[in-house]
Write a protein that binds this ligand. Structure first.
Ligand SMILES: [Zn+2]
Length: 104
């Protein structure tokens, strides 16, 4: 059985159609780099770390973000995970048009 999708993301759309699209089109490097970033963002390809309960009850894998400026998963808040917590690199404020879209 395939992956159960609870929320459709740009990454799902790229996974479904980017390879076929890229074969049929000559794409500039910056487009291919952005597509690759969106495809691998928060997957095992970029590595990650395991967060685990010291008692061994819960374990969770956190995959690294691509941090590409066009990646919908990363563009709002860019953070770095460090041993003692999270460091915010930059937070972009949504434009009025983007806020209207997301609040609709
Ligand atoms: Zn990303």
């Amino acid at each position: 059985m395939g992956e159960v999708i609870t929320k459709l993301t740009a990454q799902h759309i790229f996974r479904a159609g980017y390879a076929a699209f890229a074969q049929g089109h000559r794409l500039p490097d910056y487009v291919r780099r952005a597509a690759w970033a969106i495809l691998v963002c928060r997957t095992a390809v970029l590595g990650g770390h395991v967060q685990a309960c010291p008692e061994g009850h819960i374990e969770r894998v956190w995959y690294n973000s691509c941090r590409h400026r066009l990646c919908p998963q990363c563009r709002w808040l860019q953070i770095e995970l460090e041993d003692d917590g999270i460091r915010i690199i930059s937070a972009r404020k949504a434009t009025r048009r983007e806020r209207a879209y997301y609040e609709a």
